[in-house]
Design a protein around this ligand. Sequence first.
Ligand SMILES: Cc1cc2nc3c(=O)[nH]c(=O)nc-3n(C[C@H](O)[C@H](O)[C@H](O)COP(=O)(O)O)c2cc1C
Length: 398
Amino acid sequence: MRFLVAVSPFIGASLAARPFLDVADTGFTDYLTKTAEWTEGKLPDLQDIRALPDFEFAAKQVLPEESWAFYRLAAGQEWGYRNNLDIWKKVPLRPRFMRDVTDLENNIGIELFGHNFSAPFFIAPAGNAGHSDPERAELNFMEASGDEDILYTAALYATKTIEELDAVKRNDTSNGRQVIFQQIYTVDDLDITWTNIQRAVDTGAKAIVLTVDTPGSSVRVRGARHSGVDYPAASTRPHTWDVYDEIRARTDLPIILKGIQTVEDAKEALDRGVDGIYLSNHGGRQLEFSPSPIEIAYEIYRNAPHIFQQVPVLADSGVRTGSDVLKLLALGVRAVGLGRPFMYANVYGYEGVRRAIRLLKNEIIQDGWNLGISSLEDLNPNLLNVKSLEQNVHRVTC
Ligand SMILES: Cc1cc2nc3c(=O)[nH]c(=O)nc-3n(C[C@H](O)[C@H](O)[C@H](O)COP(=O)(O)O)c2cc1C
């Protein structure tokens, strides 16, 4: 099996540091090879997917190399990406017992800008879902998130247009017509940006997610090996506060800045009237050694905790389990996004995306029970052992 072949040389070298296994061992490969009727290179049965990392293994089986590289790639030698996945183990939980937790099942919903969602996680904006389902692409994200009543944040560079996504909105969610947020990038020709914002407004998007963590194109070694995976060169001019001010003047929609990585930028965003901030290192795809979301959230918690009360704080990058979600929420994050897991799940189409959502909801409930909470309100930093975060936190006066 490709997975085992790839890691076996490292297992021998046990003198070195523990090898980095970017696909968690959920027992999936053992099961597939020993029990299930499965052939390498084929999609495993969807019912055999038991956790989000299983989707990664499944997607790798069937995606063309170029598409796989595009989804999986990260910046540089991928240390930021690795840290996103590894950091969780450095923040153990501190569960509390002898509490009535029976209500949690009905209490994992959240509110964002007056809209209600059934769970504290969302599908993060990721372009080109057509690699995993060429025909339906992001329509699966729209429909599965609508049916499961969670938020979808559509990427500007989606395979489907803003208008095509609007056309499949559900009308019967807890918000009535399905609520989505629209991600945008600014480009050199700001007229294009103004048009894109207007398209989002015209199709009823309920917030603009303005991605700010891409002032330059990035070193994407894994992607550079394949044609068609390179990004166009970015330019720095659109990523300035004066451009944000222009956007602010053009729309009444809430604006969420995506890609905030320091408490200083979080504070500045609030000072400038931003409606929400979104902690993210773009899944490690932009800057080598950029911080993971829990490190950013902790930096804010230690330096300016009031920020979590002032505006909704979203976060993503490396989130793969219910406990990852709970950890971010315990520090004050309101909603947590996932990018790659949903792109991988999309190789199964709508059913795959829906299963991913359900698996994660279930993990949040089960982990929440065992953590001792009866609602998301009960989450607080005392439920985390933050010793390791505390050792590295950056303290600032701002
Ligand atoms: C294939 C792919 C495409 C992405 N495209 C965008 C994009 O167009 N705009 C954006 O703001 N973020 C984009 N992202 C970043 C995601 O929004 C998100 O920050 C990241 O995937 C979270 O990390 P995770 O994949 O580990 O969950 C993309 C991510 C992936 C994997």
